[in-house]
Ligand binder design. Structure first.
Ligand SMILES: [Fe+2]
Ligand SMILES: [Fe+2]
Length: 189
């Protein structure tokens, strides 16, 4: 009876990990397509931001894939065709996607993983949640300055190689989300 109960609990966590893996894999594909569009519109700073966020989502997907394998399953994602619009529309869509993850998806997944004591899943979901907050903030800033010409020149972003935390300013010694030393951050431009 106990064994069956544990396996059911794992099943829910596993399903959420798969959903997160699929979501992050699609976000990675979407942001890379948005980066190409932004470069085409001469908005190289926006392209840099999309590339940095794409790398972060790829890191998230990799973390989920590892955990799914540790739980004895195979990561599987269907990558959907990307609808590319103007960069302003793409930034708004990107921000909406991040807000969904921050406000709905990850809090729900975290509640479930905490309830079942899956500490590895709790840690990975928490890392992603914190990284998505940095993306939502950066997309908001980009939307606010899009018309001012600030996003014409390419920009430098720092992406935490462990959790995907994304920043324009390496102001601290360690990642605020996962404690990784700054020197291990990836530079994305
Ligand atoms: Fe994100
Ligand atoms: Fe981190």
């Amino acid at each position: 009876m106990l064994t069956a109960q544990i396996s059911i609990e794992n099943e829910v966590t596993l399903r959420n990990l798969q959903a997160a893996f699929e979501g992050e894999s699609n976000a990675h594909a979407r942001y890379n397509a948005f980066a190409v569009k932004a470069d085409g519109e001469g908005l190289h700073g926006a392209a840099s931001l999309f590339r940095a966020a794409a790398r972060a989502e790829q890191i998230h997907a990799g973390n989920y894939a590892r955990l799914i394998r540790q739980m004895g399953s195979d990561p599987a994602a269907t990558i959907h065709p990307v609808k590319v619009q103007s960069t302003l529309e793409n930034l708004n869509e990107a921000r909406a996607g991040e807000r969904y993850e921050i406000d709905s998806m990850y809090p729900e997944f975290l509640r479930e993983a905490k309830g079942h004591g899956n500490t590895a899943a709790v840690r990975t979901f928490t890392w992603a949640l914190e990284a998505e907050k940095t993306h939502a903030r950066l997309f908001s800033e980009a939307i606010a300055v899009l018309d001012s010409g600030w996003l014409i020149a390419a920009r430098t972003f720092y992406v935490c190689a462990a959790c995907g935390y994304t920043s324009e300013t390496p102001e601290s010694q360690r990642c605020p989300a996962c404690n990784l030393p700054w020197e291990k951050f990836e530079v994305v431009r």
